[in-house]
Design a protein around this ligand. Sequence first.
Ligand SMILES: Nc1ncnc2c1ncn2[C@@H]1O[C@H](COP(=O)(O)OP(=O)(O)OP(=O)(O)O)[C@@H](O)[C@H]1O
Ligand SMILES: [Mg+2]
Length: 255
Amino acid sequence: MADPVVSFDRVDVRLGGCLIQEQMTFSLQPGEYVGILGPNGAGKSTLLKLILGILEPSAGKIEGFGQEPRVGNRRIGYTPQFHSLEASLALRSRDIVGFGLDGHRWGPGWPNKLRTQKINRVLDEVGCLDLAEASFGELSGGERQRMMIAQALLSDPELLLMDEPLASLDLVHAQEIVALTDKIRRERGTTVLFVTHDVNPLLQVMDKVLYMAGAHSALGSVEEVITTEALSALYGSRVDVIRQADRVFVMGVDV
Ligand SMILES: Nc1ncnc2c1ncn2[C@@H]1O[C@H](COP(=O)(O)OP(=O)(O)OP(=O)(O)O)[C@@H](O)[C@H]1O
Ligand SMILES: [Mg+2]
């Protein structure tokens, strides 16, 4: 097996006096597409922030690319769950995407022509080149999400962390975002961590699911993890998993 992209070794996460996750141990291989599921407050966003080095574990060891996480690592792209975008709504979409270059090693001095080429390339990759000059505020939810993905791609990351990119999207647009991220994974070989509350749009593309609940987590295939037995054990109470056609429903908990 190749060296893992991310590894957690007996990691405890404590925030505001609460134990969020206990003894978290897993590793992710290059090019894997992993869905992260779990109820509100389970620690999904916290997990991404630990990998980014924004938060530190209270015990245990985390490695990204064989090193301790550090903020500003260009090998990791990130689309956060919440954007403070009010101030940005009037900006051109291409300028919002361009923020993905600033703050990295090139800084604002990145030459204009190359900068434009690079931005155009990622805009094209997410299918939004024709929206480059539109103000961000004009865009639909799905288009904004594509712009955020374009921004995250600017540093050519080997690992893409996406925190609820499907929130507020209808099924068709959710499937388009999933298909786009799968294309990025296949074409670039990027490892993808994708937080979502609905597993169904991911069923065709993901290799593994990381399920977080009740301070514990389980990593494995959908068939291994999303079962009545495994989820009841994680939640510590009865949870029913129902399969209908090619969809999976988790009943008895709010996910
Ligand atoms: N900086 C912090 N200080 C104290 N508590 C925090 C901090 N960040 C997160 N928490 C708490 O940690 C828990 C996990 O939060 P997190 O945002 O990771 O959950 P989540 O699984 O992403 O939930 P959601 O599905 O609602 O986005 C929550 O109870 C939250 O209030
Ligand atoms: Mg969250």
